[in-house]
Write a protein of this length. Sequence first.
Length: 608
Amino acid sequence: MKRFYQALICITCFLSFNSFAGLKQVTPEGNKDITAAYNPHPDSGDFELPMPDNMKMVLRAVAVPAKYFLSDKKVQLGIRNLDENEKEDRAFYESSIDSYLSASVEFKDLPNAWQSKIPENFRNGYKFYFIGKYEITNGQWNAMMKEDKREERDDLPVANISWYDIQKFLEKYNEWLLSQHPDCPVPIIDKSPMYFRLPTEAEWEFAARGGNLPPEQDKSDFILNDKHVKDYAIFGQEFDKPMHIGSKLPNQIGLYDTSGNIAEFVRDGFRYSVTDSISSLKSDYRYQRFHGAEGGLIAKGGSFIASSDRDVYPGKRIEMNMFDKGDDNKYHAHKARFLGARLVLSSINIPGAKRTQELISQNKEILNAKLKNNKEADKKDSTQISIKQEKNTTTGNIKDAKVNIDPNGDPFIELQRIYNATSSPIVRENLEKYEDVLKSMAVSLYNERVENLFGNIRAAIFKVDVINNIMHRFFEANSRYYELVDMYDKTDSEMDDETYKGFISVMKDRYKEMEMASKSYKLSLEELSKYPEDIVSELIQEIKNEYQGKDKFNQRYQRSIQCLVNHLDLTRKQGGKTDSMSNDKIWKDFKFEYEEFYKYLDNFKKVL
């Protein structure tokens, strides 16, 4: 009997040990696998920085399309599709609103080890910031905040922290990482190191939505990829506390728990979303903007206490108090059991004199960029010498003279001629001021033209997709026709004239639609071929990067983009004309998914 109990105890201990060993369970005590407290799902695209106690902070790169430091991307914040009740109650702070986003780090600013993790197609024409792959955990918090140690599991997101607590954490971690840790691995730009802070609302929401998305997906409030919201987010009646980090699926750029689990502080103060308008002689343009009154803190992403899908959408924004009255009848900094944070690694915008020179150089490049056609790109660089520099090279004996203005000339050259033709110091001073205004207008006009060109390229890609859809409908009509022919053959009967004519009529309609869509597509090719090839290529690459998914939707658009690139190259080789590019060639280049299409097409032409 004694041996029986000894054996039973041994078996129980063995099973208990193996049960716990099989879990990535993390507790404050014991020698457990601490990776669960900072990176339970390692990936080759992760960026890791050290912390005390063998902890790490794991980041993901967020690429923002911006060729120049003064370029930025328009992004939409808030809920895309408010229902009727929400429009009545929450439109003034949750409706969709335009914002702008960029970053201050280029590919060349990163150390070699970090550069190797950036995909090649994002290395040019993009700026970067780095955001936490997970919410800050208790383990990471305890590594820095010895005076505010948490007793909960290390792999749970830290909660019940105030905005001021986070600032203390940031101060301690930045100082430790930049000063106390030997061989600081943080990228240093022009002698100025990158540093951790809270993300702005635009940074947080852009990353939480999945970064650069195609327009078809960017209109959605939540990208599901054939899944359910609860596959990505921890919320609902079954949860009364947060779960360990990485419990659900990541989003498109590899971030976990941006929806649900715990809500997250951002850097911005809360503002209303209000409607405004810009009036012109032609029309009134209405838009949403942030109101001027800044309120309390913003919490993003919802938490485990949320009751519906919409409460964990990336666009959801809640205003939080700065201070609350406690049980002791005193006011304390606001904390909540469902509120925490994730961090962003970023840089100051002007880390040194080198960046200042880059800004000046890039601004000149924008002013000299010629976007209308290739011939204009060969014009004289008119902005290398400003009229302010010219006054040092002219004599004081100039007599005022009339200037014949060339209405088709470069405005900067014409302005220089006017400047050189006057001796009045007051007039010259006014012209110098106007030159600054003209340069600002030129930059704005360039950005507007690039945006229009970007839209034209998207439209051309969409036309490829439209033609493909019509080809599919043509294929379906032919398939039904030949299925019916086979059925009649098997029964030794013939198709009646009315049915036959009906099929031919449908096929003719589809064929005409294919011809009309192809004609429109060829006009787009001729128009796009007029623009500088390097600028068009950069914009096409930016659109390519939006369709990186492996699903059918993304693969279809990848094929459409490649067709456009091939046809555009051919159009340029033919002097900007598509006369020799037949419809048959275009349709064949599309490589329709069913080879029978081309047989059906040949047979149909014989009928015609």
